[in-house]
Design a protein around this ligand. Structure first.
Ligand code: ADP
Length: 501
């Protein structure tokens, strides 16, 4: 690949199952090359999920160097931005930088029982301070598990020789030869140790989990130049860090209150920028730092739905409705409406804003006239209704008017879904040219930190592919309102049945 001279940024997206590095051409405003390396997950016990931290670093280094080498020359590489799987914890030796245990992955449930116990006594305090719900998902209980269960870590910790951090922190430590022990505010906000209002670790929570403050990284802004990666005699700035969901929000240029992004992947993730004050939810939405640029902090509401694209996968692989997910679009459009059929994909319970772990999936409203086209349409509609559930909860709890919605993720390629979503929400859905919103966010943060990108002109860098506008005719608005009421009724039934079982 021939790249023209100019300035390039390498965005590293360290994800749960692979690390991707992308070469961003600042003048062309796009990625020109990318490479990824997959990582094996380790399951030592049924609910345990780990990865080899050395492998995470080795993979990152290899794709990073490949991108650096692909730039026209070394001096055209302006910097390295990093985004990462969040909440995952690494413990390493402060002197040698060597990991002291496998990385404990965000999906790991090893601490779920103790977190349930803590929930009754400390759930409310945690929600008010950190914006999080008491769950094994977040970093704090994983760190406590390491201290309690790995003697070498406890012993070294007593001598101040252990560093704990999320993956961003570990990678930066390694890339800067141990000179920078830092994390950014978005990643810190996922630890359950970080107070969203003071923007510092909270001593009460550090005590609760038995974690010494000096074993944790210093919290920096997302656009701070944190150190240098030395490569072939050149110091390349490491600048621009954010957790993956926040990086995607930033990559979609959702930088003011009311701007939101919805990722339609296996699950559905919605983040809404709520501005400079954190709102704390009673409906199980998570409050998180959206970004810290310089001294300015913005917050976001985050909601997730466990099953979205996975329902299409299920229709494809388990029911044999079609051979590829793309076919769902034509099938859904082959019927004028859902024919009264609703599919509630509560395969693994219902997440926000219902939080019914015991609910189970349901297809309702079937008649002899129902076809697989209706069921497929119902599966796609379910994604749109789930997003409306989240969007309504976010608006209700923050008062923020959600006026811009930007879509990404595999299923956002489905035009029927995008159109339907716009109509259900009554807000236009904006789909970008660049599908890698997460990596783009890291590239933007790096570019801003290095003065190559003007933060007030991000919309010039995040380019639109297509805008799906809602039909604002009164009749249509009423029709879609009726569709959504049908969904709410179906969810009620499904939650009731779940409770009964
Ligand atoms: P993840 O990163 O969460 O694994 P992706 O963002 O790659 O997932 O999206 C893949 C999901 O999107 C799959 O569940 C797939 O069924 C669904 N999907 C992909 N293309 C389409 C499409 N055109 N219409 C509907 N669903 C789709």
């Amino acid at each position: 690949m021939e790249c023209e001279k100019g300035k390039f940024i390498v965005a590293v997206d360290e994800g749960t199952t692979s690390t991707r590095a992308c070469l961003y051409d600042v003048s062309k405003k796009k990625f020109v090359l990318s490479r990824s390396a997959s990582i094996a997950q380790i399951y030592p016990q049924p609910s345990f999920v780990e990865e080899n931290a050395n492998e995470i670093y080795a993979n990152t280094l290899s794709v990073l160097i490949e991108m650096i080498e692909s730039a026209p020359d070394l001096s055209s590489v302006a910097g390295i931005g990093i985004t990462n799987q969040r909440e995952t914890v690494v413990a390493w030796d402060r002197k040698s930088g060597k990991p002291l245990y496998n990385a404990i992955i965000w999906q790991c449930r090893r601490t779920s029982e103790e977190m349930e116990e803590l929930s009754a006594t400390h759930g409310e305090e945690i929600r008010r301070k950190t914006g999080l719900v008491m769950d094994a998902y977040f970093s704090a209980s994983k760190i406590r598990w390491l201290i309690r269960n790995v003697p070498a870590i406890a012993e070294k910790l007593s001598r101040g020789e252990v560093c704990f951090g999320t993956v961003d922190s570990f990678l930066i430590y390694k890339l800067t030869d141990g000179k920078a022990f830092v994390t950014d505010a978005t990643n810190a906000s996922r630890t359950m140790l970080f107070d969203l209002t003071t923007l510092d670790y909270d001593d009460g929570l550090l005590n609760l989990f038995g974690i010494p403050r000096d074993s944790l990284p210093r919290v920096v802004s997302c656009d701070e130049r944190v150190g240098d990666f030395h490569y072939r005699g050149k110091a390349i700035p490491v600048c621009g860090v954010a957790g993956d969901q926040q990086a995607a929000l930033f990559g979609q240029a959702c930088v003011r209150a009311g701007m939101s992004k919805i990722t339609y992947g296996t699950g559905l993730f919605m983040l809404c920028n709520t501005g400079e004050t954190p709102f704390f939810s009673r409906k199980g939405l998570i409050t998180t730092v959206a970004a810290k640029i310089g001294k300015k902090v913005t917050y976001a509401f985050e909601g997730s739905v466990f099953n979205a694209g996975s329902t299409i996968q299920w229709l494809r692989d388990h029911l044999g409705f079609f051979a590829s997910s793309q076919e769902s679009e034509g099938l859904a459009e082959s019927v004028p409406d859902n024919g009264g059929v609703y599919l509630v994909p509560a395969f693994t319970g219902l997440g926000a804003p219902y939080w019914k772990g015991d609910a189970r999936g349901m297809i309702s409203g079937l008649t002899r006239a129902s076809t697989k086209a209706h069921i497929t349409r119902a599966a796609l509609e379910a994604m749109a209704y789930s997003a409306k559930d989240l969007s309504d909860a976010m608006t209700e709890e923050s008062g923020v008017n959600i006026d811009v919605i930007r879509a990404d993720g595999g299923a956002s390629a489905n035009d029927f879904l995008m159109r339907f979503q716009a109509n259900v929400l009554g807000v236009a859905i904006d789909r970008p040219q660049e599908k890698e919103s997460t990596a783009l966010g890291a590239a933007f943060l790096c570019g801003i930190g290095l003065g190559l990108i003007d933060p007030s002109a991000l919309d010039e860098y995040r380019l639109r592919e297509r805008l799906f506008s809602p039909d604002r005719e009164e009749k249509s608005v009423k029709t879609y309102r009726g569709f959504y009421e049908g969904w709410k009724a179906a969810v009620d039934q499904c939650v009731y049945d779940g409770k009964k079982s």
